[in-house]
Write a protein that binds this ligand. Structure first.
Ligand SMILES: NC(=O)c1ccc[n+]([C@@H]2O[C@H](COP(=O)([O-])OP(=O)(O)OC[C@H]3O[C@@H](n4cnc5c(N)ncnc54)[C@H](O)[C@@H]3O)[C@@H](O)[C@H]2O)c1
Length: 325
């Protein structure tokens, strides 16, 4: 028997604080060498992109593969979303598939969770800090949620090129988090905050890195292809740079690859992987004036850890439908 979990099932059992805990453990396993994380497999059928993301976390007992497709013609041609994802969870002792679950909400929460963990280890610790979010889409909402779990945030601002998206974000997240969330009139208003998340679909830099104030922490999650970047060369060069994976940053992240190609930084500028900071091999922040930056590309270990969490919670609360496949 396998458990089937719909999007609503996943939403009902998945909480950000719990997700941050397992994502932190997953990155620690990566640093300790108990995670198996093959490179993402990409297949390009004529109209789209199919991504296969497997991972195994030995200590956690999580073995999973996420299948995500990005088909840009889907909404117009078939009335279905551009991005569709499912996660298949296996029993590592028998190999059996024990659960198939929707992957859309899971992806947004686990992406938020990685930024939340990075914020926990890298941001300043002052009370009453402010958060600034670039982008008001699916990922951006989970970024703000995670930052409020990691730090006491007094107020947030959001900037999106779509004013309508920003209005929806403010209504939804203000209520969900019980937090004052305001619309930023310009990118500069976001740069005045203490913890910044960039979660846009922009392929080009979204703010001027020279204007970022001392002591800021940034989570950059939006772009993850070699030619696209949300962050300019200046902010990469000014920051203590931590990434989810060295390999992913050098092979997939335009945010890092473009400044490298320009000769503005060299590979030694990449300070650490997040897992190395979590296990104490490297330091997330040394002073209150330095700028720290976490570059997220999205790793399958985050999906595997989160899928195991969702499955365990669903079993405990009798959520979902058992099926014989
Ligand atoms: N790092 C990861 O693990 C990870 C995981 C999932 C998605 N992503 C990426 O995150 C990005 C956002 O995904 P999403 O699902 O939230 O998309 P979305 O379409 O729901 O939201 C993107 C938002 O960005 C806004 N935007 C575009 N250009 C902007 C700019 N210059 N300034 C401010 N706002 C701007 C858009 O108007 C839109 O509201 C995508 O690039 C996606 O590939 C990363």
């Amino acid at each position: 028997m396998a458990l089937l979990l719909t999007r609503e099932d996943v939403i009902s059992v998945l909480d950000m604080a719990a997700c941050m805990d397992v994502v932190e453990q997953a990155f620690a396993e990566l640093a300790h060498g108990t995670a198996v994380l093959p490179l993402r497999i990409n297949i390009t059928p004529p109209d789209g992109l199919a991504l296969y993301m497997p991972a195994y976390l030995k200590e956690m007992g999580a073995l999973a593969c996420k299948v995500v497709t990005v088909y840009k013609k889907n909404p117009d041609k078939f009335g279905i979303p551009t991005t569709i994802g499912k996660v298949l969870l296996q029993n590592p002792e028998t190999g059996e598939v024990i659960c198939v679950m929707d992957g859309g909400y899971l992806t947004a929460v686990r992406t938020g969770a990685a930024s939340g963990v990075a914020t926990k280890f890298m941001a300043r610790k002052d009370d009453g800090m402010t958060a600034g979010i670039f982008g008001a889409g699916v990922q951006a909402k989970m970024q703000l949620w995670a930052v409020t779990v990691a730090r006491k945030i007094s107020k947030a601002v959001v900037y999106d090129v779509s004013g309508e998206a920003a209005d929806k974000f403010i209504a939804e997240m203000g209520k969900k988090l019980g937090l004052e969330v305001a619309k930023a009139a310009s990118p500069d208003e976001v740069l005045a905050t203490d913890v910044i998340c960039t979660a846009t679909s922009s392929p080009t830099p979204i703010f001027d890195g020279k204007k970022v104030k001392e002591g800021t922490h940034i989570n950059g999650i939006g772009s993850h292809t070699p030619k696209a970047r949300e962050l300019d060369t200046e902010i990469i060069a000014r920051s203590r740079l931590v990434g989810d994976s060295r390999e992913a940053c050098f092979k997939e992240a335009g945010d890092i690859m473009i400044p490298l190609a320009e000769g503005a930084i060299d590979e030694d500028h990449f300070y650490a992987e997040l897992g190395e900071v979590i296990v104490g091999e490297k330091i997330g922040r040394e002073t209150d004036v330095e700028i720290t930056l976490f570059k997220s590309n999205g790793l399958a270990i985050q999906d595997a850890a989160t899928a195991k969490l969702v499955y365990d919670k669903a079993v405990a609360s009798a959520t979902g439908t058992e099926v014989e496949i």
